[in-house]
Ligand binder design. Sequence first.
Ligand SMILES: Cc1cc2nc3c(=O)[nH]c(=O)nc-3n(C[C@H](O)[C@H](O)[C@H](O)COP(=O)(O)O)c2cc1C
Length: 219
Amino acid sequence: MDTLEFDISEMNAPLRYNLLISLVTPRPIAFISTLSDKGIPNAAPFSFFNLMGNDPPIVAIGIGKDETRKNDLKDSGYNIQKTKEFVINIVNESILEQVNITSVDFPPEVDESEIAGLTKLPSIKVKPPRIAESPANLECRLAGTIEIGNTRIILGEIIYLHIKKEFLDHENQTIHTDLISPVGRMHKNGVYTRTTDLFNLPRLSFKEWEAQERNNDKM
Ligand SMILES: Cc1cc2nc3c(=O)[nH]c(=O)nc-3n(C[C@H](O)[C@H](O)[C@H](O)COP(=O)(O)O)c2cc1C
């Protein structure tokens, strides 16, 4: 099959963005709530986001620079830099429309969660509020910041979890992710995917792999 080649380092930023966000999919969405240094609540979605490790539990979020804002930073980035705390509210289909409203470029003095009709609840270990309508909330403390070109990568340590009762599987000490129905961001602005089409493919230990190979040889 023919392959096309692109020198990504020479490419203009919009084209690079289009190509790369189309390939790295689906991306989970962190709906981040913060407080400004003056105590104004802020909320916005970020899909350059993932869980990076478990011991300690670390998340990473990529926030783009925005020259129209204070210090070139989106409000979420600015608030996290100042207060060192934030909450990641998990996004499912039932709150996606409201989350999308909070992504509008509102000025810093606007509380996006209020405009979107979302409810704020107090957090336990951090000052920024959590969003009541979200199926789960991860309270985070800033663990590090990496500045590369026009991207600020925020590393956060998760220090507290809230989850709605109906989503916890007490018996198996796990979470009914299928009931949460988280959504992911796809290849174009405004395109999302559901997480309902699941299938199983267990990861094998080396011993299990060897046994499987022996069985295949016998056939
Ligand atoms: C689903 C979704 C995901 C987004 N992901 C990102 C992202 O990863 N990084 C980013 O800089 N902006 C992202 N945005 C845009 C921000 O949400 C938008 O710039 C917002 O106004 C930032 O708000 P703030 O200034 O209150 O922090 C995303 C928008 C949407 C709708």
